[in-house]
Design a protein around this ligand. Structure first.
Ligand code: SD4
Length: 329
């Protein structure tokens, strides 16, 4: 039908949307387009928070969270805190396409990706990520994702193998650091962090995908909302699709994209469904920063946000190029 294909993405990731558009416009599948679009962002290192060389964790290492979901078969493939592999979304797709699993994590996700032919192992650090990390260390390794009391200093790096043979590792057990809650300067407001993309192909089939380095100076091992189906993205071809970005640690408790799609299933317009999902989170966490977009089967789209101004991008047949929509809280 006339309104297809459609590509929607978080943020003004124009090249990513164009890359996905070329794929669906040439008649390939929604899954192909989502993978191509998110891959483009990984290669371009969108906002310095997607793909190799982006946001480091407390150990100074860059890792990748990525997800792909086929909204027709409801198959999902995802990788979480994956090390050493540049191609997050392609690794996620391999999980979906070839295995009966949904989510692989960490070093073993990397081993899977390499065994399946993706390039690696690769050092995902860049001079930018190392600079960020060096500054963070110079600033006394300011804990970024800890509650009020931090019982050990965070000037690692800490790797499990380094603790072998010692009863409780090498870190000081007595340091009490005060967390100055510097999070908002790292997450959100200055960083866009995640590409989450939804595509309808010419057949009207739907897919979503996500790729991100997660949160800057996260605790190593942290898995965000990125690889969680229903949180950073969700699609169901009977209803529509949703993508999310923001404080993943909070958002993943609410499965906002599942919420949005289910609300639309019950007849809610995208506009109300996105607002409702965001306000459910904001009622419990008034300081959270985040956003969702949604698109239903009719091609009607909307976004809602909290704590920042959100932009999402759309490309559809009646447009000459990508159009960016701005949403205010
Ligand atoms: C995360 N949701 O890992 C990602 C980060 C993000 O805008 O999207 N920030 O928490």
């Amino acid at each position: 039908s006339g309104q297809y294909p459609v590509v929607v993405s978080t943020w003004p990731f124009l090249e990513a949307v164009r890359a996905a558009w070329r794929v669906v416009d040439n008649g390939f599948s929604a899954v192909d387009a989502v993978v191509e679009g998110c891959s483009a962002c990984e290669e371009l290192r969108c906002d310095g928070t997607v793909g190799p060389g982006g946001s480091p964790d407390e150990n100074g290492e860059t890792t990748i969270d990525a997800l792909v979901m086929d909204g027709v078969t409801m198959e999902v493939g995802a990788v979480a805190a994956m090390r050493y592999i540049k191609d997050g979304i392609k690794a996620a797709r391999l999980v979906m396409q070839y295995t009966e699993h949904t989510l692989l994590a960490g070093e073993q996700a990397a081993a899977f990706a390499i065994s399946m032919g993706l390039p690696g192992p690769t050092n995902l650090s860049s001079s930018e990520s190392m600079d960020k990390w060096t500054k963070w260390k110079e600033n006394h390794c300011q804990p970024n994702f800890w509650k009020d009391v931090v019982p050990v200093d965070r000037c690692g790096p800490y790797h499990a193998k380094d603790f072998l043979g010692s009863s409780h590792g090498t870190c000081s057990k007595t340091t009490l650091m005060e967390n100055i809650k510097s999070r908002s300067s790292h997450v959100g407001r200055h960083n866009h962090d995640t590409i989450s993309m939804a595509v309808f192909d010419k057949m009207g089939n739907i897919a979503v995908g996500t790729s991100t380095n997660g949160a800057t100076f996260k605790i190593p091992g942290r898995v965000g909302d990125g690889p969680i189906a229903g949180s950073s993205a969700y699609a169901d071809d009977e209803v529509g699709a949703c993508g999310a970005t923001g404080d993943g640690d909070i958002m993943m408790r609410f499965l906002p994209c599942y919420q949005v799609v289910e609300s639309m299933r019950l007849g809610m317009e995208p506009n109300l469904a996105t607002k409702d999902a965001i306000s459910r989170i904001a009622r419990k966490f008034p300081d959270f920063v985040g956003a969702v977009f949604a698109i239903n089967k009719k091609g009607v789209h909307a976004g809602a946000c909290h704590g920042w101004t959100f932009q999402y991008s759309v490309r559809s047949p009646e447009m000459d190029d990508v159009k960016v929509y701005t949403v205010v809280p």
